[in-house]
Each structure stands twice: as C-alpha cells, then as structure tokens.
Design a protein around this ligand. Structure first.
Ligand SMILES: [Zn+2]
Length: 340
C-alpha cells in the first residue's frame, strides 16, 4: 500500500493506493489505471472523485456555499440543494421542492427517480442552443443538475407559454433529463413515433439554431411541440412535454400518450408531502479513501479501420431548412432510436 497526495481544486487529499495483497475496506474504490504509472493513477483518482462529489468539480466556486438545504420529497427520499451564489428566499426553495415532489409522486416506477443533488450556480452562462442564458444543466450519470441565477429572475410564465413559473419549469425539465433519459423503452418509444415529426437532416446537411447550435436532427412541425425550446432536440422535447403534462399545459396527443404509457400516472388525488430542512453551510468532510487499480481497458477504445473522409456539411438556418422540406426541395429521413 502507498499513500498518494492528489490536488483537486483547492483541496489536497491524501489517499491510499492498495497493492495486490492489501485487503479492501468499505471505503475502497476501484479505478482503471496502471499502478506503476503514478500520473495515470492520480488522474484516475481525480476523475473518479469528481464524478462522485460535485463539490470537487473544477467549475465550483472556491468559497463555502451560501446556503444548503435538504429537500425531503417523501419518507426516506431527499435531495441536497446547495446555493453557491447569492442567497435565495425560502419561498423559492419551497417551489423547487414541491416541483420535485410532484414529479416523483407522479412517476409510475419510483426506481426511475435518480436526482440526488442540485447546485445553484453563482454566475449565468450562455446557452448555445437558443442564444439565451442557460437556466439549467443536467448530469444524469451523477444524479444531479445545476440551476442558474436567471431561472430565479424570470417573471413570465415558463417559456411564455406554459402555466407554471420558470423555476418550476426548469426544475422539471432538468429532472426529466436526469431521471428519464436513461430509461430506454421511454426514449425508444419517443424516437420511433413518427407523429412527433423528428427527422434526420438530408445527408450532407445540418441545421443551425438561433444560438449557433448545429444538429443533424430537426423537428418538422415545431408548432406541435409544447414550447419552442422543445423543437431543438428530442430530449428537450421530452423534458418540455413533462413540464406540460405536470402543469396541465397544452400537450400533443401522442406525446401525452407516450408519457402516460411509459413513465407517469395519468393523475392522482394524492398531495405530495414535502419538507425543506436547512443544513449547515459547510460542505461535509470527505471520508478517507483507498483505491485499488484494475487493468486499464484503453485498448477497447482504440480506433478500428480507416476513418471516412471528412466532407464539409451544408448548413441551413433551421427555418430555411423546414421551408425547403415543405416545398419538396430537400428530403428528410425518419429518425429512429438506433440512429440518435
Ligand atoms: Zn434540456
């Protein structure tokens, strides 16, 4: 066994790397790295810990958080919410908690619930998909998402068209990404439904959205999507449709049908019983870890064969592309889950 010092953000952690005959403990974590390669071992440790502990990420502020809360959604089900910027009123925290509790209560299969933590970032960042500011950002593999300050400042109804606040809408949108994107029958049913009008662009072409985001997928009937944002990508269509379902906004029949058959109860008379608990501001201390190195599987990812020659795609403004499809000058292709 040897002791290794790793630098993660502002922290220096002392961890143990076990040798072949050393016994594992409950805090032994497995990484893929060559034990003889000190740098690779350190990099694998940092990557592992950053996946597991959001507060070790490079984009988290240096200071202690302003506020921390435990959002209790049901007996034994909690989400940790940490505010990294300006303080937020308890009323807004309640709004988030109630939206999460509604989502979970309506879920048909509670095993789909995957949100463990939410962080409210201190600074806004641009969203290349629509050219506005980002309101949220999801990390499904880590069971968490960010909310950005602008989600708390918008006064309008959600996307100006759904009957809920921006904060409620963004909370449900990001929760859908975290909980339902990993559910393959749900995603497959969505991608296979031609009525939802998702299509691959004509070979050799891309569409460009107002924020500069380019895509090989396009929705040919955006007027049937629950919001303009839903017409950007199928996963955003799913997330916006869940907001419409839970807050009784207008929802296309096929979208409603898939949500109800795959993920949610139609309705329930039950009221969620949720509770917000204030936690101490400090991030909890990390436990003492040991790591065991397993052989690296890098060779599995080596490129095979000769790469295809790169051809510059032709890029159309998304509205122009839809118009060209409408008048028959371009032909899209149906999209299926296998191709997304
Ligand atoms: Zn999204």
């Amino acid at each position: 066994m040897k002791t290794v010092l790793v630098q993660i953000g502002r922290r220096t952690l002392e961890v143990e790397v076990l040798g072949e005959g050393d016994p594992s403990t409950v805090q032994t974590l497995e990484i893929q790295a060559d034990i003889e390669n000190g740098l690779a071992v350190k990099q694998a440790i940092v990557a592992y810990l950053q996946r597991r502990y959001w507060f070790l990420k490079d984009d988290v502020l240096e200071e202690e958080p302003s506020q921390r809360f435990e959002l209790e959604l049901a007996s034994g089900v909690s989400v940790e919410l940490t505010v990294l910027g300006s303080e937020i009123s308890i009323l807004r925290i309640n709004e988030i908690c109630e939206a999460l509790a509604q989502f979970r209560m309506r879920l048909r299969n509670k095993d789909y619930w995957k949100v463990r933590s939410i962080q409210v970032q201190a600074e806004d960042v641009p969203n290349p998909k629509n050219g506005q500011l980002k309101r949220g950002c999801e990390f499904p593999m880590e069971g968490r998402f960010y909310l950005y300050p602008t989600a708390f400042h918008e006064q309008d109804r959600y996307r100006k068209c759904l009957p809920c606040s921006w904060l409620q809408g963004v909370t449900i949108h990001e929760t859908t990404h975290v909980c339902l994107e990993p559910v393959s029958p749900f995603v497959r049913a969505w991608d296979a439904a031609e009525e939802l009008s998702w299509s691959k662009t004509t070979p050799g072409t891309l569409v460009r959205h107002p924020g500069g985001f380019e895509s090989r997928l396009v929705n040919l009937r955006p007027q049937l999507c629950p919001t303009p944002y839903a017409a950007l990508l199928p996963d955003d269509d799913r997330a916006e449709s869940v907001v419409a379902l839970l807050f009784k906004g207008d929802l296309h029949q096929k979208r409603h049908e898939i949500l109800i058959s795959q993920a949610f109860f139609e309705r329930t008379n039950e009221m969620p019983r949720w509770r917000v608990k204030i936690l101490p501001r400090q991030i909890p201390k990390l436990p003492h870890f040991s790591f065991r190195c397993l052989p690296s599987s890098d060779e599995l990812f080596e490129a095979v064969g000769i790469p295809a020659p790169q051809v510059e795609p032709r890029i159309y403004d998304v509205e122009t592309y839809r118009e060209l499809i409408r008048c028959g000058q371009l032909h899209g292709q149906p999209s299926t889950s296998a191709s997304l």
